[in-house]
Design a binder for this molecule. Sequence first.
Ligand code: FAD
Ligand code: 2HG
Ligand code: ZN
Length: 486
Amino acid sequence: MPTSSGHEADLRNALPGGVLALLLEALGPTGVLTDPADIAPYVSDWTGTLHGRSPAVLRPSSTVEVAAAVRICAEAGVAIVPQGGNTGLCGGAVPGGPGVQVVLSLGRMRRVRAVDPVGDTMTVEAGVVLATAQEVAASAGRLLPLSLGSEGSCTVGGTIATNAGGTAVLRYGMMRELVLGLEVVLADGRVWDGLRVVRKDNTGYDLKQLFIGAEGTLGIVTAAVLRLFPATPQRATAWVALPDVSAAVALLGVVRERAAGSLTTYELVSREALDMVLSHLPGTRDPMPGSHPWYGLVELAGPASAVDLDETLEMALGEAVDRGLVLDAVVASSPAQREGLWRLREGVSEAQRIEGPSLKHDVTLPIGDLADFVADAGALVEARLPGVRLVTYGHVGDGNLHYNLSGPVSGDPEAFLALHHRLTEVVYDAVARRGGSISAEHGVGTTKRDAIAAVKSEVELDLARAVKHALDPGGVMNPTKVLPNK
Ligand code: FAD
Ligand code: 2HG
Ligand code: ZN
């Protein structure tokens, strides 16, 4: 399991004799990194707190090369950790464990194989950066709706492997709903060509679903067919001040009623989270004169020919102000202002990372329970650590909160992190009492692997282990991730 103690190489971590030569022969010199300085960026995570080690990083440039690398590693008993943009937040892409593990980066598999604006699909390789895929779709006049704060670095393969969510799930669903077909290199090196482009395909088990959200534990996604949608050049965006979470939930109802299908984003940001953004991210500014406990980012989007979306949004907000749900509101009047409002929401992760160590809780709850959860969990967490900072934000339209904690101002970061289990326990209990989930969109990786043992039944875990054994009997694919030990 990845540790926070560094990635020094030792004998346990060396490749078995002859394997390096075979890999070099299959992938060429640019396809294999062995210099520790070159390896370093691949063995630590985005938060900078998880570190692993690997004797080599493999960088195949084609599906054939991925398959060759997997065959060589599987035959030698070397485990493989697939990696895309390394922006995952659960340690899934960080190598670590009892045996030898190599990172296999999809970073050189960046080809867009096809775009079909009539069938509304695009076929892309796993290493294509999400923002690039969005741009390619846009240049064909279509929309690839998956949208995340990390989209400038995360890859299509990584978003499939984690079943990523983000800020447009409310309207378009998570990555699982956007995938029509997959190409996967299996644990024995065979290639499954499941690159179907059709929407209807009832020919037995829907095998692609196994690989979506599997975090690289069942196979390596090398390419995918993604669904596209009509472009939405018209956008109306508001930053609203809210008295409490109940008002945020009630406002969602009002906007849904008024805006119907054009509501695309509905995000929540607490004052604590906004303060971190304002103090750490240059160029950000509070768009409102007063201070408020909560804020919402609301966006409607539609075709150029749609009804005036600014007008629709203003009418909905007017009604919400009359009902006391909204204390103040700013509707973006230019693309630059819109971008500034988005930065206040999307910058929270980065700002909290700069602030110092944090405990992440990516939870989801029935929307009607959100306000009660926030009050209940807040009181319990504060009782365990007076002064703890509740950096709460997230995709409230999906019931998904990033209920992240930062230690007390000028407290000892180590003492805060030492309370990890005690603090997380009360949060997860409060989630379980309401029938929620302890991983809404980030996955399990290593950081939540043991926690899921407590929330999944033995029947469910047995089924999951049976799937793992059927697809990866040798335990080569990203071992020590996702599945808790028996
Ligand atoms: P990596 O981090 O490289 O890998 C993630 C997991 O997928 C690992 O287990 C890895 O082994 C596996 N994997 C990667 N590529 C493949 C492949 N081709 N085949 C098989 N397995 C593979 N997530 C959200 O859901 N919603 C958000 O709004 C969101 N916002 C974020 C904002 C920031 C600032 C950051 C840093 C992260 C955010 N994330 C979010 C988390 C992260 O970006 C996503 O989980 C993303 O999908 C990871 O993609 P990646 O290419 O970086 O994958
Ligand atoms: C977001 O919605 C991401 O900003 C990141 O999912 C959340 O850093 C986090 O905890
Ligand atoms: Zn998120």
